[in-house]
Design a protein around this ligand. Structure first.
Ligand SMILES: *Cc1c(COP(=O)(O)O)cnc(C)c1O
Length: 464
């Protein structure tokens, strides 16, 4: 029942495609679509195909769609209607306008990336963020890497290869995407020295493990889960005092990158967002408590580009910067530009407005309810069956497990929510939503106002 390749190639519609896309591409697409149809006929999932004509019609339709799609870049924009602010699979933090502008300026021409204009000699890329990182974190020095996983690897390789790193058993965590603390340690050549238990580790446990083999104490924020009940973990300050007494560096991986600035002073944040941030370990608080090196991500609560930031004592930061692995994990010029602009939004006090992640956190329940009601009205006009109702947004990105923010959801009725969800993903700009209580739910917290018209078009187009 499946038509022969030569038959398809002879059809005028296919010849038109061949003129447009080239013979080779069209042949490849025909082979792929025939293979796909054959598989679906075998598992009886081919939609309404019983004759050769029907198979030909379906193949032509799919061929056209596949060739159109082949012109699109694989990485494209998507609308995040999930309400998960730091959605790792959707690219984590959308960037601030200032960060985008800085990337454009630096990317469109040459730059002083590794050039010292004062001397005309080769300069260091690390130097560009030095001052702003000092101001943002309160540390003496800082450097950046491709991401936090890379930053911790190079940090441990520089400071602890062949020696022991003491870590609590409660912090031997997997963060996601294959980031497992014991494996990162091993990868850097450091030896793991576990202390305490899964639920309770005391300062005395760390103290008892210190020996001439100890290179560092590592504290990891177990960012994506919570242990409740009979638990104990030393305060950062106590651990810092212990590390200082034995002149061992204390390294803390706080992950989420909440700097700890007082953005709430102007009441810019609703109470829910305030309590989310208050529950996060703050970089500035750790530095102030005496942590020697703090590692955190650029694209989580900081709201910047993907990067790992290491801030702390300059002697240690210099050693890390000189390690040969640094060359393999360094960040590119666009990252420097975007991170600089993002950090400046915090140090100059306008991050609550300028940084999209902060804006989404700060969106008030009233504003979200008004936007949802207006969206539901537009959808109803477009023939979409929907209603609004209360719901919750989450932070995501391995931050603040369990923390939620009150929101208003637009809930779409559908005879098959799963199929509606799939059709939304197939729109020219994919819409990623979620199902709750048999409704497909849209949370506008993570949708920019500038995306709303596209969202309406997609929801109307995908309706039952
Ligand atoms: C997210 C996270 C990481 C990984 O950070 P990346 O920048 O994604 O490499 C490491 N540690 C903690 C505690 C985290 O939350």
């Amino acid at each position: 029942m499946i038509p022969a390749v030569d038959h398809l190639l002879g059809l005028p519609a296919v010849q038109r495609l061949a003129t447009e896309y080239g013979d080779r591409r069209v042949r490849q697409a025909i082979d792929a679509e025939i293979a796909r149809l054959r598989t679906s006929l075998l598992d009886d999932t081919a939609p309404g195909v019983a004759t050769r004509d029907q198979a030909t019609a379906l193949l032509l339709e799919r061929l056209d769609a596949a060739l159109v799609a082949s012109r699109e870049p694989s990485l494209r924009t998507a609308i995040n209607a999930t309400g998960v602010i730091l959605h790792t699979n959707l690219g984590r933090a959308p960037l601030a306008d200032e960060a985008l502008a800085a990337m454009r300026l630096v990317g469109m021409g040459y730059s002083t990336l590794e050039f010292d204009v004062a001397t005309g000699q080769r300069g260091s890329r690390h130097a560009h963020l030095d001052a702003v990182l000092r101001e943002a974190t309160g540390a003496d020095a800082g450097l950046i890497t491709n991401n936090t996983a890379a930053g911790l690897t190079v940090t441990l390789a520089a400071l602890a290869a062949g020696r022991e790193v003491i870590i609590s058993r409660g912090e031997l965590v997997e963060i996601g995407g294959g980031f497992r603390v014991p494996e990162v340690l091993r990868g850097s050549g450091a030896l793991l020295r576990e202390v305490g238990t899964t639920n309770r580790t005391r300062t005395a446990d760390y103290a008892a493990a210190i020996s001439h083999r100890t290179a560092a104490i590592l504290r990891v924020h177990p960012s994506n889960f919570r242990v409740d009940g009979f638990t104990e973990r030393p305060e950062v300050r106590e651990l810092a005092a212990l590390a200082q007494r034995f002149t061992i560096p204390l390294i803390e991986d706080v992950g989420s990158g909440w700097l700890g600035f007082d953005l709430f002073a102007a009441d810019a944040f609703p109470a829910g967002a305030r309590s989310v941030l208050a529950s996060e370990p703050a970089v500035r608080a750790s530095i102030a408590a005496g942590v020697d090196l703090v590692a955190f991500s650029g694209d989580k609560l900081l709201g910047g580009p993907q990067a790992g930031i290491i801030a702390g004592r300059s002697a240690l930061v210099d050693r890390i910067g000189r390690h040969p692995l640094m060359r393999a994990v360094r960040a590119d010029k666009l990252t420097y530009a975007a991170l600089d602009a993002t950090l400046r939004a915090f140090t100059s006090g306008h991050a609550a407005r300028a940084v999209p992640v902060m804006r989404m956190l700060a969106a008030s329940p009233g504003t979200l309810a008004a936007r949802a009601t207006a969206l539901a009205a537009r959808l109803t006009d477009g023939g979409v069956r929907c209603e609004v109702g209360p719901g919750v947004s989450t932070i995501g990105g391995g931050s603040t497990p369990g923390a939620t923010l009150a929101t208003t959801l637009v809930r779409l009725s559908s005879s098959s929510p799963g199929r509606l969800l799939a059709r939304l993903r197939e729109q020219p700009t994919p819409v990623i939503a979620r199902i709750q209580d048999d409704y497909v739910c849209v949370d506008l917290r993570t949708v920019a106002e500038s995306e709303e018209s596209l969202l309406v078009a997609a929801l109307v187009n995908a309706r039952d």
